[in-house]
Design a binder for this molecule. Structure first.
Ligand SMILES: [Cu+2]
Length: 480
C-alpha cells in the first residue's frame, strides 16, 4: 500500500463520505491507515491474513430490510441477508473462513469479528484497519477462525450496530471441556425502532435521546429510546421456544449484542453452570444469574431435570423495559401452560469466580508498560465520553512494542458502567481471560493485562455504542 500521506483519509473526508455529521459518528475514523510512521516510532507491520483456500465460504449482504420482533410490530432496519439477528456463522476451530460482504446500504460499512484475534487488516475498523466499504462494493474478510468460542460479528461504522447489523459467530471446539447434548445460541439485544442518534442536547437533561429512563440526571446518561428487549430478535410477547428433553444437558451460548444495555440473565427453575467467558473455557461455576455488558458472552450448561415450561429472562439492569424472554419447554409438556418466571436473583456470577482453564501467555510478573486511564463523561454542552480527558478521534494512541506485557488500569469516574473491549487480543482480568470487561461506575477500577502478540492498530473502546461514538476510544498502536 502506498504511503497514506498521498491520500490522507481525514476525519472530515470520512464524515463527508458517510454523510455523518455528529461527533465521532464513524467509529475509528480520524487516523491514517497503517503503513505510515509518526514521530514516536515506526509502526510495526501487522500479520498478514491467510491466503490459503477457505474451508468455509460465506456471502453476506448488508441491506435495508424489515423485522417483525413481535405480533403486529414491524420496523425497517439494516440487516445482514435480511435476517435479524444476522445469519449464524458456524465453523470448526482452525478453519479458514471467508466472508464476502456486499454493501447494499446507502452508507459505507464494515464488519468487525468481535473477540476473534484476527490479523489487523481484516479487523473491520474503518479508517484504522481498512477503507470503509462503499455502497455497491464487496469486500472479502478471510481469517483463520481460532481459538474456539462464542463470538459475534457486527458493523463497526457509526451507530449501525444498533440498526441491526449483527449476528453470531460460533467457532466450535474440537474437544470441549464440558459435555452437553444440544445447544442454543441466545442473542440479547435492545430494540430500537428508529434510526439511532446521539442525544441532540448533550444528554444532560430533558428528553435527550427521547426519554427512556427519565433523563440523564439520576443515572448520568440518557438511554436510547428502546422499545423493548429481544432474545434472538423477538420481543417477550412472541418468545422463542427452546425445546429440551428431561435428562439432557443443554449448552446456551449467550451473546450481549445490545448497544447500550447491561443484561441480568436467569433461567427459571434451573441453575446455570458457567463454562466459558467471552468464548474462553473456564472451570465450571454454578450460579443462579449473571450480568453482562455489551460485547460480553457467556456459555452455560443447564441440566434439564425440572420438567415444565420456564422463562429464560434477561433484565436490563440500566433500563426499565420489560425483560427479554424465551421459553425452555420440556418435551411432553403442555405447551399452553404459562411459563414460570425466575425467582430472586440468587447467586450472581462475579468476575472473581472465573478461573480460565488456560491462562494467558506472556503476562506473568510485572508489566513492561502500564497505562493508567480515567473513564469519564466529557464536560461542556455536547455529548462526549472521554478516556483521560481525550475524545476519540482527537486522542493520543497508546503506543506499545511487540512482545511486551501491557497493563491497562482503568478508573471509572462516571456513574455508569463501561464495558471496555480490546480488539485483536484476549486479556487477563483476575483469573479470567476475556476480551470485554465491565468497569463499574462510581470510581470502579479494573486492571487488565495482555501480551502484545498481534501487531497493528487496535481499537480499545467502550462497547456502549453511544459512548464509543461520543469519543470513548483509543488506538493501541504497535511501534518499534
Ligand atoms: Cu461507556
Amino acid at each position: 500500500m502506498p504511503p497514506n500521506r498521498q491520500r490522507p483519509l481525514t476525519r472530515r473526508r470520512l464524515l463527508q463520505l458517510t454523510g455523518a455529521s455528529t461527533l465521532g459518528a464513524l467509529a475509528g475514523c480520524g487516523s491514517q491507515l497503517p503503513g505510515s510512521d509518526d514521530d514516536e516510532g515506526r509502526e510495526v507491520t501487522p500479520r498478514s491474513t491467510v491466503t490459503s483456500e477457505p474451508d468455509s465460504s460465506v456471502s453476506l449482504t448488508a441491506g435495508a430490510g424489515t423485522i417483525q420482533p413481535g405480533p403486529d410490530v414491524s420496523t425497517s432496519n439494516w440487516l445482514y441477508d435480511e435476517q435479524f439477528p444476522g445469519p449464524e456463522l458456524r465453523v470448526q476451530e482452525g478453519d479458514v473462513l471467508s466472508v464476502e460482504l456486499t454493501n447494499d446500504l446507502e452508507a459505507e460499512t464494515t464488519i468487525h469479528w468481535h473477540g476473534v484475534p484476527v490479523p489487523n487488516p481484516v479487523d473491520g475498523v474503518p479508517g484504522v484497519t481498512q477503507e470503509p466499504i462503499a455502497p455497491g462494493e464487496t469486500f472479502e474478510y478471510r481469517f483463520r477462525a481460532e481459538p474456539a468460542g462464542t463470538y459475534f460479528y457486527h458493523s463497526h461504522v457509526g451507530l449501525q450496530l444498533d440498526r441491526g447489523l449483527l449476528g453470531p459467530l460460533i467457532v466450535e471446539e474440537r474437544d470441549p471441556h464440558v459435555e452437553y447434548d444440544r445447544e442454543y445460541v441466545v442473542v440479547l439485544d435492545d430494540y430500537l425502532p428508529d434510526e439511532p442518534q446521539l442525544p441532540s442536547d448533550g444528554g444532560r437533561g430533558g428528553g435527550g435521546m427521547g426519554g427512556g429512563m427519565g433523563g440523564g440526571g439520576m443515572m448520568g446518561d440518557v438511554r436510547p429510546p428502546y422499545d423493548g428487549l429481544l432474545i434472538n430478535g423477538r420481543l417477550p410477547e412472541d418468545p422463542q421456544t427452546f425445546g429440551v428433553t428431561e435428562g439432557e444437558r443443554i449448552r446456551f451460548r449467550f451473546v450481549n449484542a445490545g448497544s447500550a444495555t447491561v443484561f441480568g440473565v436467569r433461567i427459571a427453575g434451573h441453575e446455570m453452570t458457567v463454562t466459558h467467558a467471552d468464548g474462553r473455557p473456564v472451570d465450571p461455576v454454578d450460579v443462579d444469574s449473571f450480568a453482562f455488558g455489551a460485547g460480553e458472552r457467556y456459555d452455560v450448561v443447564v441440566e434439564a431435570t425440572n420438567p415444565g415450561r420456564w422463562f429464560v429472562q434477561a433484565d436490563a439492569l440500566d433500563g426499565n423495559e420489560p425483560p427479554a424472554r424465551a421459553v425452555v419447554e420440556y418435551e411432553g409438556t403442555d405447551g399452553t401452560n404459562t411459563p414460570q418466571v425466575p425467582s430472586s436473583p440468587g447467586d450472581q456470577l462475579q468476575y472473581s469466580d472465573l478461573q480460565a482453564i488456560s491462562s494467558l501467555d506472556g503476562v506473568s510478573g510485572s508489566p513492561d508498560r502500564t497505562f493508567d486511564l480515567t473513564l469519564s463523561r466529557g464536560g461542556g454542552q455536547s455529548y462526549t465520553w472521554t478516556i483521560d480527558g481525550q475524545t476519540y478521534p482527537d486522542a493520543d494512541p497508546l503506543r506499545i512494542r511487540p512482545g511486551e506485557h501491557v497493563r491497562i488500569r482503568m478508573t471509572n469516574q462516571s456513574p455508569v458502567v463501561h464495558p471496555m473491549h480490546l480488539h485483536g487480543h484476549f486479556f487477563q482480568v483476575g483469573n479470567a481471560v476475556k476480551d470485554t470487561v465491565m468497569v463499574p461506575g462510581h470510581r470502579g477500577q479494573v486492571t487488565l493485562d495482555f501480551h502484545a502478540d498481534n501487531p497493528g492498530r487496535w481499537l480499545f473502546h467502550c462497547h456502549n455504542l453511544y459512548h464509543l461514538d461520543a469519543g470513548m476510544a483509543r488506538i493501541v498502536k504497535y511501534v518499534e
